[in-house]
Design a protein around this ligand. Structure first.
Ligand code: MN
Length: 231
């Protein structure tokens, strides 16, 4: 596997995204990043052969087995990308804010011992266009399938299998990072550079004006004779 396409698209002098990374640990890992780029999407990444095989999922994963979520395969990402949370500056590929929406280990559904043997099995499934995996994440758990469709070379479907972790609730309503506990908006506010490029700078100024506003007590209506409710 190679990161040529990943590196071609990026200028590491102007983005803080990682350029590589060595695999650590005896279990295969997965990560899902929520990425507020030109279009909001979720990046689903599975460790295989030292890199992260990656799919962009426009609607995000669904724990409802009735939903089949389109997942567009994109270029391999370096292993260290699993920890990336922050802002890809304007003018860079994928500009926008990224949070680690979910992370954990994963394995094939078939019981296979050892990381090497698991990878071999998964690479065959990847080639055959049908991955069957168990996720051990903080948000996503249990059995999942990633199935290649004939729609186009890169289009796959992400589908939850029926098991005890299947549900009808919308899992994307959980909006916080599992790494920092922050939402995309909170990361953006915390990390937006004060002296960035002119474009970024004006964006910061605009958000500064609105950030002082408090919204928590806006619904405290006090009728006569009624006690004021503390929020
Ligand atoms: Mn992305």
């Amino acid at each position: 596997m190679s990161l040529i396409r990943y590196k071609e698209k990026r200028n590491f002098k102007s983005t803080s995204e990682p350029s590589g990374g060595k695999v650590k640990g005896g279990s295969l890992i997965f990560v899902i990043q929520k990425h507020d780029a030109s279009r909001l999407h979720y990046d689903f990444r599975l460790e295989m052969e030292g890199v992260l095989k990656s799919w962009a999922v426009p609607k995000g994963p669904s724990v409802n087995p009735a939903d089949k979520r389109l997942a567009m395969m994109v270029e391999d990402h370096p292993y260290d990308y699993k920890d990336f949370e922050g802002i890809i500056p304007e003018g860079n590929y994928g500009a926008g804010t990224v949070i680690v929406w979910d992370e954990g280990t994963y394995e094939p559904i078939e019981k296979i011992e050892g990381k090497k043997a698991q990878e071999k099995h998964l690479l065959k499934q990847l080639k055959d266009g049908s991955l069957k995996i168990i996720l051990h994440g903080k948000k996503l758990k249990g059995e999942w399938a990633l199935v290649h469709t004939k729609q186009s070379e890169n289009s796959w479907l992400l589908i939850k299998h029926r098991d005890k972790y299947a549900a009808e609730a919308d899992i994307t309503e959980k909006t916080k990072s599992v790494a920092s506990g922050k939402t995309l908006e909170q990361i953006e506010k915390a990390l937006a550079p004060k002296n960035g490029s002119p474009k970024t700078a004006s964006k910061v100024t605009a958000s500064k004006k609105t950030s002082v506003k408090r919204t928590s007590s806006s619904k405290n209506t006090t009728a006569p004779g009624k006690k004021k409710v503390k929020s």
